[in-house]
Design a protein around this ligand. Structure first.
Ligand SMILES: Nc1ncnc2c1ncn2[C@@H]1O[C@H](COP(=O)(O)OP(=O)(O)OP(=O)(O)O)[C@@H](O)[C@H]1O
Length: 597
């Protein structure tokens, strides 16, 4: 399977075809038709439409104003001149207000739409643990964080600004095409020594000019779509490598791995640079041609109307009115060509989001296809006929039956890499490869502690109550829990927001995780080498706490140290080829339990 599923889709199609518009529709439709904000979204659209039409109307009035104003100038009519100045001031004030509100309403729509899209994608990403299964099924997928943080916003902005631009062009075209057609009647076309009048001549010239422009823009600008697509991705890869250094700063510093890291950054940045260089070269080619078309469009109506003007068939005001009407019609026809750069970005953003959505679909489908573990709630952990596999197909456990009663303590053992953590993942419901039945107390009555505790962003209080502790828990309980796990030094810092996973040592983090257990008092706790960073006496003290403070909590631990035997009544020993043994532990064999005071 390809690493970047979105890439696979991009290679063959970079056109504005039905497939592309179907993707846009799929992404845009739910907000305007199904979301709880659909009414306000449609109202905003209507208001944007009203301001757009208002602006077109003002534009039309200004075009007519040109005619009378330049005629007043030509005839030295000062009375008309000052009256027209006043008229222009009124038109300009209305145009300014409409412009400001059109921009504001569009931005408001973009923002609200982005909020909704972000919420929807986050729900999809987090629900059913798609974010985790993305890692399990395919590693190194195409930067989901960038899709959610940047691309959704860009999609809302490009879609709404391009749609508003298109709408404005259509309205402009509708308003000016008739005027230009009428004005064309006075234009003389000198041909073969005679003078001709071609119906709608200026409209045809504008249309042909814009068609040539659009065709050339599409030909020259097409590679921009692919280059823009890659640029975003390469930049995200580069940023990701920098974030990884920050997250693993200590490891890199201790290994002295700066040179390797630098080489990795340089390598990734070379890709960013190379692609960006190709992008600006292509942009330069594109700009040569766009600027030429833009400049020539200014004088084209004057060239076309020159014979009529110099034959004194039309006054100066008429020439200026033609220039304005022609400019409006021509730029409306050429809207797609002039917006090609934005269109290329819009295409790239839509492709990336399609890739991301497709990737989530794929992962969810794979997860459903692979996982045949029947799960239900209950009061007791009961595993029946459980078979677990690795993604490669090799067996971890075969036909496992295990019942752990409340208050029971089971130690899972086996050589490194045999599948102990994977068994806990399956019990937690996050490992997708397998079949069988698992009953597990739910609704926050089971708590899993991994070897590397997760401390969320926020205060130490939030870290202690993560994920389901009550925010109303009195500070006295938190203080007591910190004292029990031998972290009294942290008590004054309960309300402090710090990067706790960087501030605390691994052993301290494991103690914080244990404090969570004491506070949340689950019916079942699963400890996956959750005390591995502690010295033996500290480990024994923490396990002792479980027996003392939570005697009815069942404990399933994974651990390598023989000292742990003393705290468990049963041992599930995993063996190669999916075999396993479930046997009692003679407590007398273990060392004396050591309880915390
Ligand atoms: N997401 C994954 N994709 C592919 N293989 C995986 C994945 N997670 C774990 N494995 C593999 O599954 C096997 C069992 O891993 P697991 O972490 O369960 O072992 P373990 O018995 O807990 O090891 P240890 O005692 O070293 O922690 C290993 O070979 C590991 O490489």
């Amino acid at each position: 399977m390809s690493q970047y599923s979105a890439d696979a889709g991009l290679g063959s199609r970079q056109r504005f075809d039905r497939r592309f518009f179907a993707d846009v529709w799929r992404l845009a439709k739910p907000y305007f038709t199904q979301s709880e904000e659909r009414r306000s979204a449609v109202l905003l659209l209507v208001l944007i439409l009203v301001t757009t039409i208002g602006l077109v109307y003002i534009n039309l009035r200004i075009t007519n104003w040109y005619n009378t104003f330049y005629n007043a100038l030509q005839t030295y009519n000062s009375g008309a001149y000052w009256r027209l100045m006043g008229e222009f001031a009124v038109l300009a004030i209305i145009a300014i207000a409409l412009n400001v509100y059109q921009t504001y309403l569009s931005q408001l729509l973009d923002l609200r739409w982005r909020r909704w899209l972000t919420g929807t994608f986050l729900t999809r990403y987090l629900d059913a643990r798609t974010y985790y299964h993305m890692e399990v099924f395919k590693r190194g997928q195409d930067n989901p964080d960038q899709r959610i943080a940047d691309d959704l916003s860009a999609f809302a902005q490009y879609t709404s600004s391009l749609a508003t631009g298109l709408l404005s062009s259509i309205a402009n075209l509708t308003a000016f095409i008739g005027l230009l057609w009428v004005l064309s009647a006075k234009v003389i076309v000198p041909w073969g020594g005679a003078e001709h009048h071609v119906p709608g001549f200026l409209v045809w010239v504008a249309l042909l000019y814009a068609a040539a422009w659009t065709w050339a823009a599409a030909k020259i600008g097409n590679p921009l779509i692919r280059l823009n697509y890659h640029q975003q991705r390469l930049q995200a890869d580069f940023r990701f490598s920098l974030v990884r250094l920050r997250e693993n700063s200590e490891g890199v510093a201790l290994y002295g791995g700066e040179a390797k890291e630098r080489a990795q950054f340089d390598h990734r940045f070379d890709h960013v640079f190379g692609n960006y260089k190709r992008l600006i070269l292509m942009q330069k080619r594109f700009n040569w041609f766009t600027t030429y078309f833009n400049q020539f469009a200014i004088i084209l109506p004057f060239l076309v109307a020159a014979s009529a003007y110099f034959a004194k068939a039309v006054p100066l005001g008429f020439l200026m009115q033609i220039s304005s009407a022609f400019g409006n019609v021509q730029s409306s026809f050429a809207y797609l060509a002039t917006s090609y750069d934005s269109l290329a970005q819009w295409h790239a953003v839509t492709d990336r989001l399609r890739g991301f959505l497709g990737f989530m679909d794929e992962v969810e489908a794979m997860q459903q296809a692979e996982s045949h573990v029947e799960r239900r709630g209950g009061d007791v952990l009961e595993v029946s006929d459980l078979n677990l596999r690795l993604p490669s197909g090799s067996t971890i456990v075969s036909g496992l039956n295990l019942r752990v009663s409340p208050g029971e303590r089971v130690l899972v053992t086996g050589r490194s890499g045999i599948g102990k953590s994977t068994l806990l993942r399956a019990i937690a419901g996050i490992w997708p490869f397998g079949e069988g039945r698992i009953a597990l107390p739910d609704g926050g009555r089971s708590l899993f502690l991994p070897q590397k505790p997760y401390l969320p962003l926020g205060s130490l209080r939030e870290a202690l109550l993560y994920p389901s502790g009550s925010v109303k828990t009195p500070d006295a309980d938190l203080v007591r829990a910190l004292e029990l796990v031998d972290l009294p030094g942290l008590i004054p810092h309960l309300g402090e927001v710090q990067p706790w996973s960087h501030v605390l040592s691994l052993g301290e983090q494991q103690r914080v995780a244990f404090a969570r257990v004491l506070l949340q008092r689950p019916a079942y706790v699963f400890l996956d080498e959750a005390t591995s960073a502690l010295d033996e006496p500290s480990e024994l003290a923490l396990y002792g706490l479980l027996t003392e403070v939570l005697p009815s909590t069942a404990v399933v631990s994974v651990g390598h140290r023989s000292t742990l035997f003393a705290f468990h009544t049963r041992r599930l020993h995993l063996l190669p080829e999916g075999r396993w043994e479930d046997c009692a532990i003679e407590t007398a064999e273990g060392p004396e339990p050591h309880y915390a005071t």
